[in-house]
Design a protein around this ligand. Structure first.
Ligand code: ADP
Ligand code: MG
Length: 471
């Protein structure tokens, strides 16, 4: 990474004094709750204010806030009191920064090779263009429901800084990391936060695949001028999964021009990729150098504690209080990918729903035991057949090429079932359903897993199918 971080000593000293007291309180709390609880709910908190009987505790996200309010308020109040602070009221506030050791706004960031950029005036206002900006943003992805840990705190901090001042310090921002580490979530959160702060902002979120698709479409319809205008009119231009530009020369050229246009007028550019720019094969050199012009951040798989916190958060968003042991069990089993982690939680919750049980560690271990000794008849073929029958379509249709919605959905459900019941690999699942490309399986399964977070008809189908399989 081409940047240095220099911490301001003074700033740190001040913070330490303010928080010395809070550290004492935390030290005491650590002794009275389990380690898991401490790590999940207390570790990243800080004292923001202590004045006139009001204590304000800074917390990293809404889930910690809820949990501290609901479960630990008395404990905190008592511990404060035994440290000489009589709090009449304790407030929990989500602090938009993150723990002081990595708060980027308070550190000096230098980027070698990036000269001062004079802002060129945009030549025309883009307001007159049809403003379907905000298209592509999913409101589900927010900073508030993003759990911060050491694996993603830099990316998180940079994204937050961008919301405060788009087009300023971290431009372009290039985030890379493996599948399911939270790249899309985070860059979408930027878009949503910018829109919340400035409803008129022109935020474009697109994937490079969509960019390509629409570009080809525009070529065909001879509307490339509109296409270019739309993208070049963005205030914040977010492009997900730029690795898919590899090898596509014509679209790389369009991308390059859009990029330059936006960059010249200091518009914010954010890109994600599953690998660093230098490792994307057949990416034009000029794009490669553009990508690494600003800030490049590597997002890692969340560590164990963060995975536990994510599980708690996801469960809580469905009003379920996940026991710490269950969270630890699941976080231990799924190590690489947050999407899979969510998937395993959803399986547990679906199982509990079917069996009217609570997700205690006993229930969950029993569930995994049953899985291991699954009935012999559960083969891929059997699952695919059952799924087709359940949705009243034929086996030819589910395995065939048709892309009608009433066939695509059952196909996606079948892929999900192969994953959840037989734990098949993505390529194997794609193969079983007659697909060549395993990313189809990843997308399909991800889509169904998302549906399972809500009370959707699909969730009901999955529950019924699963009941049928094990009946
Ligand atoms: P990527 O784009 O890196 O493949 P996503 O952003 O799609 O990953 O994340 C996969 C899933 O995991 C999403 O549902 C996302 O909300 C969730 N997720 C990932 N990281 C976090 C996190 N730190 N906190 C909460 N949810 C997360
Ligand atoms: Mg993504």
């Amino acid at each position: 990474m081409g940047y240095w971080v220099i911490k301001k000593e003074e700033y740190l000293k001040e913070l330490m004094q303010e928080n010395a007291l809070w550290q004492a309180v935390l030290g005491q709390i650590e002794l009275s709750v389990s380690r898991g609880n401490y790590m999940t709910w207390f570790k990243n908190t800080q004292l923001i204010k202590n004045k006139d009987g009001v204590v304000v505790v800074g917390v990293p996200n809404v889930f910690v806030k809820n949990q501290l309010e609901r479960k630990f308020n008395d404990l905190i109040s008592q511990t404060l009191s035994s440290n000489g602070i009589k709090a009449e009221r304790i407030e929990y506030k989500i602090h938009t920064g993150i723990p002081p050791q990595v708060k980027l706004d308070d550190v000096v960031l230098k980027n070698p090779g990036q000269g001062a950029q004079e802002a060129a005036k945009p030549t025309r206002s883009a307001d007159s263009m049809h403003p379907v900006y905000r298209l592509g943003l999913n409101e589900r992805y927010t900073f508030e429901n993003f759990i911060v840990g050491s694996s993603n705190e830099l990316a998180y901090a940079a994204c937050q800084a961008i919301v405060k001042k788009p087009g300023d310090k971290y431009n372009p921002l290039f985030i890379y990391g493996g599948v399911g580490v939270g790249k899309t979530h985070l860059i979408q959160a930027v878009g949503n936060a910018v829109m919340a702060a400035k409803p008129n902002a022109r935020v474009v979120y697109t994937s490079s695949e969509q960019f390509l698709r629409e570009f080809i479409d525009a070529l065909r319809k001879k509307t490339t001028t509109d296409f270019a205008k739309f993208h070049r009119g963005a205030d914040v231009w977010i492009v997900d999964d730029v690795q898919f530009l590899a090898g596509k020369e014509k679209v790389q050229e369009e991308f390059f021009h859009t990029f330059n246009n936006l960059y010249q007028v200091n518009k914010q550019i954010i890109m994600s990729s599953d690998k660093p720019a230098k490792d994307i094969p057949t990416l034009e050199e000029r794009l490669r150098s553009r990508f690494s012009q600003g800030m490049t951040i590597d997002m890692q798989t969340p560590d164990f504690e963060t995975r536990c916190a994510i599980l708690h958060a996801k469960a809580m968003s469905q009003d379920i209080d996940l026991p710490q042991e269950t969270a630890e069990f699941l976080a231990g089993r799924t190590q690489s990918n947050v999407r899979e982690l969510e998937g395993s939680l959803n399986q547990v919750l679906a199982y509990c729903e079917v069996h009217s049980a609570q997700p205690t560690i006993q229930v969950v271990t029993a569930m995994y035991e049953t899985r291991r000794s699954r009935p012999k008849h559960l083969s891929s073929r059997h699952i695919i057949e059952r799924t087709a029958r359940h949705f009243h379509i034929s086996i030819e249709e589910i395995l065939g090429p048709k892309r009608d919605k009433d066939i695509v959905v059952p196909r996606q459900v079948a892929m999900y079932m192969l994953r959840s019941e037989l734990h098949l690999s993505f390529p194997k699942i794609a193969h079983e359903l007659g697909r060549k490309d395993h990313t189809t399986a990843i997308h399909s399964i991800g889509k169904i897993e998302k549906e399972l977070s809500y009370e959707t008809p699909i969730k009901q189908h999955v529950i019924e199918l699963r009941e049928g399989l094990y009946a």
